[in-house]
Write a protein that binds this ligand. Structure first.
Ligand SMILES: [Zn+2]
Ligand SMILES: [Zn+2]
Ligand SMILES: [Zn+2]
Ligand SMILES: [Zn+2]
Length: 151
């Protein structure tokens, strides 16, 4: 069992290990493991007929509580610019997908800034509005909500 602990400690550094090796989805409790400490998610476990794909040891109903605990406690900030959400690993990828879709691009030509609607607005006010020829018309566009979807 000592080996399992070592494996989990190193998994904290490598986020790839937080994904199921079979379906590559992020692990969400319950997580199952074989006698050698190979981890499989709860969706894949029954499909494998409780046999470890890496070493063919039985997985049965052995839960990997240590890994579940790690997943429960870690919190990762959303990587999307302007988003302040902090989520547990299992929820992160779904949120980031959604979060990226709700991004807006800065409407000023040549500006590559993208962020959430609110952050774009702030960026526009502070970054472009002052002394720029993109003043009023663009601001009207913002305030009327035209061509922007608010999440
Ligand atoms: Zn899986
Ligand atoms: Zn195994
Ligand atoms: Zn986000
Ligand atoms: Zn901009």
């Amino acid at each position: 069992m000592k080996r399992t602990d070592d494996k989990i400690r190193s998994a904290i550094i490598n986020f790839d290990d937080f994904d199921c090796p079979i379906c590559t989805e992020p692990f969400i409790a319950p997580i199952f493991q074989c006698d050698n400490g190979h981890l499989v998610c709860s969706v894949c476990c029954p499909k494998l007929r409780n046999k470890c794909p890496s070493c063919a040891f039985p997985i049965d109903d052995k839960r990997c509580r240590a890994m579940e605990k790690v997943l429960e406690t870690i919190r990762i900030p959303c990587s999307v610019l302007g988003c302040t959400k902090v989520l547990c690993y299992g929820e992160l990828s779904a949120h980031e997908k959604e979060c990226t879709l709700s991004l807006c691009a800065c409407p000023v030509p040549g500006c590559k800034y993208t962020a959430s609607y609110k952050n774009i607005y702030d960026h526009y006010i502070t970054g472009h509005l002052k002394g720029s020829c993109w003043g009023r018309p663009m601001l009207d566009m913002f305030t009327s909500g035209m061509s922007f979807s608010v999440e």
